[in-house]
Each structure stands twice: as structure tokens, then as C-alpha cells.
Design a protein around this ligand. Structure first.
Ligand code: 4AD
Ligand code: MG
Length: 446
């Protein structure tokens, strides 16, 4: 073949050039005088025009089933916006080569999956590897990647050190009932529920730290927002007060959203999936747990607790009630000062009301809790009492407790579920579409 430039789609300046592009057939429109193919290469889409005469006599639809991979050569031409070709350009193909055929039987599962179809039904999930090729699924995962990158950039700028704590651990942190136990040579181990304790031990060495690692929870119920394996953005900050933690959370959430919205490609995906999305405005609404209880009871009709009774101080605010509240208030909420009895052993008590902790959950409309955060108990003896109250033997935590024995400090941190953040930003019904291959009770494949 004569001269050509090897290109990927996306933002390459290719107009007027003869190019070579490889990708897969995303869409096909055979017409009388020409066949229009939309080619996808993971970076973008390209309308390719094959004049009818260019096709071999043996042309048949099977050859061009969706998903077929091919290399095309031809001249890139600009076309008017009225033709609604991706990036207003079109490749006039003068030569092509099929690389890999695709049988037509699974076409319906790939790019034909519309936004309104349940990508989370079990047939779709069995074919997740094909569904991911579709525009809806892939733009969601691209948005996820952009959010993750925005966190990394924020932390780099704020001089947090990125760490990689272990996934195999021998301590529980967020309740024994959601532990995955794994055989570990001659002993038992668990898959980590959170990297928090390890991050705390790192404060003296690095100052503020963060990690983006998998956390594992053996959630024994099927909900819209619980996975067995999820991506946990966690950070820990040294020598801070509770108000610093709240300020930081507001700043990082707003900054990450601003960063992704500043990217035209990602912003267009978000607008498509969630047309009404707006960057949250500061300050977030701050509401104490006790006020939330009053708020739930003051609704008409009142929003009841798990036992269909009005909420009283000390009740867990269950997922449904929390979501109702967040949807009605319809803006980000800092829900603060949870009772100590409802929360994990490590949370520091509020010195002005010892029933409650310096804790905060960040709630977002449509999803509810996306962040769990608190100041940590920094006093050794108090921590020992807390272990006792929660019925946990402190021995396995000696390395954590030493943080208090060797130069303790007021410190705090948080964990944010990346899938829940994405579900909020992109208005997803469930977190199951917010990761490549969701894991939840009953599903561990593909
Ligand atoms: O509220 P959680 O359990 O808090 C912790 O694990 C703390 N140790 C974090 C920390 O302070 N470093 O979990 C934190 C967040 C939740 O707000 C939620 O977004 C997400 O992790 N999360 C889940 N996401 C998907 N599936 C699950 N099963 C989740 N459990 C928690
Ligand atoms: Mg929580």
C-alpha cells in the first residue's frame, strides 16, 4: 500500500492524510451505494465509508458482524456537523483487511445495550466482557478511571504519600460478620476490609498518606450499593482536628469533580449519563446524627426505622431511610457525630458529648453514604477500653496500638468507595455497573 500514517482515534490531527487505523466494528449501516462502518479502537470512533464497488463480490453480512476487528486504510476527510459523524470526520476507505471475524450471535449484548437496559441483569453480567465493549459501559469505566486519576493528582499536589498496604491481614476492623477468611499456610488470614489501620501506622514515617486499594466485604445481602470487592480510596492525616477533616473532604470531593468536568470527553460522558449533574456547591450541609433522627421523624409521613417505628437516638439509620433523606434534601450532606455504639472501635469520642464520636459520613443524592470518616482514638488506655467494649482481643493489634505508645498524635482519616462516587456522578442505579467485573454474593465470574 502507498504511504500512510498509523493512527489511533481520539485527538490525532489527521485531516487530509491517508491513514491506517485498526479497531472493531461498532456499528454498521449498509446502503445501496456505500457501506458505513463505525470503527471503535478504544480511543474514539470513526465513520468509515466503503463505496459499494470497493467491496469484494463475496461480501456478506457475516463478514462485517459487529465486533469484527479490521484494519482500514484511506483518506480522512472533514464532514459537516449535520452528518453527525464522530468528530465530524470520515475515512474514505481504499483498502481494508479483516483481522478477526466475530459471530453475530452476541451482537445484542455489546454496543446495542442502551442506557435504559439493565446492564446488571444476570445475562448481561455473564457477558460482561462483551457488554464492556459498548459505549454506555465503556464511557462509565473511562469516567471511573478519570476520577481515580483526579484523586492521585490531588494527593500528589497536597504531598500525600501513596502507600500499598497488605490485602491479606489477621485483624478485623469493620465488623467480624463481613470478613472473608482464607487459609494462609498453617494459619488463617482475612481479606482486608480497609487499609486504615496500616495507614495510621505510617503517619510518623510519611506525614499524610493515602492508598487506592481493594477492600473486601462478605456482605450477606444483595443491595444496590454493596459489593464483595470494591475500590477504596483511603487517606489518613496527622496532627489534625475534626474540622480539618471535614474541610479536607469538602475540598477533595469538589476538586475531583472539577477536574473530571474540565475534561471535555469525560464531561460529555457524564452529561449523557446524568444530564442534571452539577458540581456540588460548598459548604456541604452539616447535620448531626441527632438532628437527622429528628428530621426523619418530622417528615410527613415520618421516615421509620428498620422496625417500622419512629427513629430514636441510638438507632442505625438504615440504607433506605438514609437514601430517602439524601434524595429529599438533594445535596451533599456531612452527617456527623454518630453514637459510639453504632460505629467501629477506633473512633474518637466527642469531648463535649461522650455518647457520640467525631465521625462523619458523606451522603450523596441517589446513593447515600459514599465516605466514612472519623478522628481516631489517640489515647492508648481509651483504645484498650474500646477493644474491650467491642469484645475484640487487642493482642493481634499490637502494631496498631504501638502508634499510641510511641508518640501518639491527634489524627483522622476516611475511606471513599470509588464505585459509589461513580454511581452518584453518573446516576447509576447500582454500583454493579461501576466496576469492570462486579463481585457480590452469588457472583464471582467472569
Ligand atoms: O464506612 P466504611 O466501612 O469505613 C471504613 O472502612 C473505614 N475504615 C474507612 C477509613 O476511615 N479509612 O467504608 C468506607 C466506604 C463507605 O462509605 C462506602 O463508600 C464504601 O467504603 N463501602 C463499600 N462500597 C461498596 N461495597 C461495599 N460492600 C462497601 N462497604 C463500604
Ligand atoms: Mg460506613
Amino acid at each position: 500500500t502507498i504511504g500512510h500514517k498509523d493512527v489511533k482515534l481520539g485527538d490525532e490531527e489527521t485531516q487530509g492524510l491517508r491513514v491506517k487505523v485498526s479497531g472493531r466494528i461498532h456499528h454498521l449501516r449498509p446502503q445501496k451505494h456505500a457501506t458505513f462502518i463505525t470503527l471503535a479502537d478504544g480511543y474514539g470512533f470513526l465513520q468509515c465509508v466503503l463505496a459499494a464497488g470497493d467491496l469484494t463480490k463475496s461480501y456478506d453480512a457475516v463478514m462485517f458482524a459487529l465486533g469484527t476487528s479490521l484494519t482500514v486504510y484511506g483518506e480522512m476527510k472533514k464532514v459537516p456537523a449535520s452528518q453527525s459523524a464522530p468528530d465530524n470526520r470520515e475515512l474514505h476507505v481504499d483498502y481494508y483487511k479483516v483481522i478477526g471475524h466475530a459471530p453475530a450471535d452476541k451482537e445484542a449484548l455489546t454496543n446495542r445495550v442502551s442506557a435504559s437496559q439493565n446492564q446488571w441483569d444476570s445475562q448481561m453480567l455473564d457477558h460482561r466482557h462483551l457488554v464492556l465493549r459498548g459505549e454506555n459501559a465503556s464511557s462509565l469505566i473511562k469516567t471511573r478511571a478519570a476520577l481515580e486519576l483526579a484523586f492521585i493528582q490531588f494527593y500528589a499536589k497536597a504531598k500525600f504519600t501513596k502507600l500499598s498496604p497488605p490485602a491479606l491481614v489477621q485483624t478485623q476492623v469493620e465488623g467480624g460478620s463481613t470478613l472473608f477468611k482464607v487459609p494462609y499456610y498453617d494459619e488463617d488470614a482475612y481479606l482486608t476490609q480497609t487499609s486504615q489501620l496500616y495507614l495510621e501506622t505510617a503517619l510518623p514515617s510519611f506525614g499524610n498518606v493515602y492508598c487506592i486499594e481493594k477492600s473486601f466485604r462478605a456482605e450477606k445481602s444483595l443491595t444496590r450499593r454493596h459489593l464483595s470487592e470494591y475500590t477504596h480510596v483511603e487517606a489518613e492525616m496527622d496532627f489534625i482536628e475534626f474540622s480539618d477533616l471535614l474541610d479536607h473532604l469538602e475540598e477533595i470531593i469538589c476538586s475531583v469533580i472539577d477536574t473530571v468536568l474540565a475534561d471535555d470527553e469525560i464531561a460529555s460522558y457524564i452529561r449523557k449519563m446524568n444530564p442534571g449533574f452539577e458540581a456540588p456547591s460548598r459548604p456541604f450541609l452539616r447535620m448531626r446524627y441527632s438532628d437527622a433522627i429528628d428530621w426523619l421523624n418530622s417528615q410527613d409521613p415520618p421516615i421509620l426505622n428498620e422496625f417500622d417505628a419512629p427513629h430514636t437516638f441510638g438507632d442505625d439509620i438504615a440504607e433506605a431511610a438514609e437514601r430517602k433523606m439524601t434524595d429529599i434534601i438533594n445535596r451533599p450532606i456531612f452527617l456527623t457525630h454518630f453514637p459510639a455504639d453504632l460505629k467501629a472501635f477506633y473512633m474518637k469520642k466527642d469531648s463535649s458529648d461522650l455518647r457520640v464520636t467525631e465521625s462523619v459520613d458523606v451522603l450523596m443524592p441517589g446513593v447515600g453514604e459514599i465516605v466514612g470518616a472519623s478522628m481516631r482514638m489517640e489515647d492508648y488506655d481509651e483504645l484498650m477500653d474500646a477493644f474491650k467494649r467491642h469484645g475484640i482481643s487487642p493482642d493481634a493489634y499490637y502494631w496498631y496500638n504501638d502508634q499510641r505508645r510511641y508518640g501518639t498524635s491527634p489524627h483522622g482519616g476516611y475511606g471513599l468507595g470509588l464505585e459509589r462516587l461513580l454511581a452518584w456522578v453518573c446516576k447509576q442505579h447500582t454500583v454493579r455497573t461501576c466496576c469492570m467485573y462486579p463481585r457480590f454474593m452469588g457472583r464471582c465470574r467472569p
